[in-house]
Write a protein that binds this ligand. Structure first.
Ligand code: 13P
Length: 253
């Protein structure tokens, strides 16, 4: 049984004051959600204070990015050890915005994932096709190659620490969600790739769906066999909305 994981990706949004107010509002709203992992990835600038506020709570802090190097002349970057110091439990790598806007490729993403695992931080590895790729029926080729490249070098013994986020680019921030069936098809394909690469460990790897997840569609998405969670952008910015997503229907506890 895979434990559901509902994660907020705030992207470049919220000040420290806003992040702390959000946490104070959210915590009582998710107090009953004991059978899911709840994660918030704020901007780096909020991570220290938010992490301190969440200590001892069921919500775990995450980063939105990391550099694979331990230290050095990498202006503007943040190293894995710095995230350990902030009690960061997860870190998003390979988000489509980083792939498309900052030119990040699978090789760099796999180095990030390996560096995180070496520091005991769980990578959330994002994959997903563009609209053009889907319309050309290249979804499986694109997602399969992203998985192979982004997970290169990961030991099967460690791979259950990894979370995959399937985020079709055409569904991100567009209000256009994949139907539960379309998402399930992609998730089942992803799990078959994981089986090919990692054998039985694939059964324990959680695969999140991301792309216009909202309170209105989370229940039907989460009812699918291979959808183990959600990575939420816009609808995670308001505490009541994210709380409804965390408390999706069908969750036990
Ligand atoms: P939206 O939920 O705003 O579509 O964003 C999805 C996403 O990119 C999460 O990482």
């Amino acid at each position: 049984m895979r434990r559901p994981i509902l994660a907020a990706n705030w992207k470049m949004q919220k000040t420290n004051a806003e992040a702390l107010a959000f946490a104070d509002t959210l915590l009582p709203l998710v107090a009953e959600a004991s059978d899911v992992d709840i994660v918030i990835a704020p901007p780096f600038t909020c991570l220290a204070k938010l992490s301190a506020r969440l200590q001892g709570s069921p919500i775990q802090p995450a980063a939105q990015n990391v550099n694979p190097e331990a230290s050095g002349a990498f202006t503007g970057e943040v190293a894995p050890g710095m995230l350990v110091e902030l009690a960061c439990a997860y870190t998003i790598v390979g988000h489509s915005e980083r792939r498309s806007l900052y030119g990040e490729g699978d090789d760099f993403i796999s180095r990030k994932a390996l560096a995180l695992l070496a520091h005991g931080i769980r990578p959330i590895v994002c994959v997903g096709e563009t609209l053009e790729e889907r319309e050309a029926e290249h979804t499986e080729a694109v997602v399969g190659a992203q998985l192979e490249g982004s997970l290169a070098g990961i030991d099967p013994a460690d791979v259950s620490q990894v979370v995959i986020a399937y985020e079709p680019v055409w569904a991100i921030g567009t209000g256009r969600t994949a139907t539960p069936e379309t998402a399930q098809d992609a998730h089942a394909f992803i799990r078959s790739c994981l089986r090919d690469g990692f054998g039985n460990a694939a059964e324990s790897i959680r695969i999140q769906y991301g792309g216009s997840v909202k309170p209105e569609n989370v229940d039907s998405l989460m009812s699918q066999a291979d959808i183990d969670g959600a990575l939420v952008g816009g609808a995670s910015l308001e505490a009541a909305s994210f709380a409804r997503i965390v408390n999706f229907e069908g969750v036990e506890g």
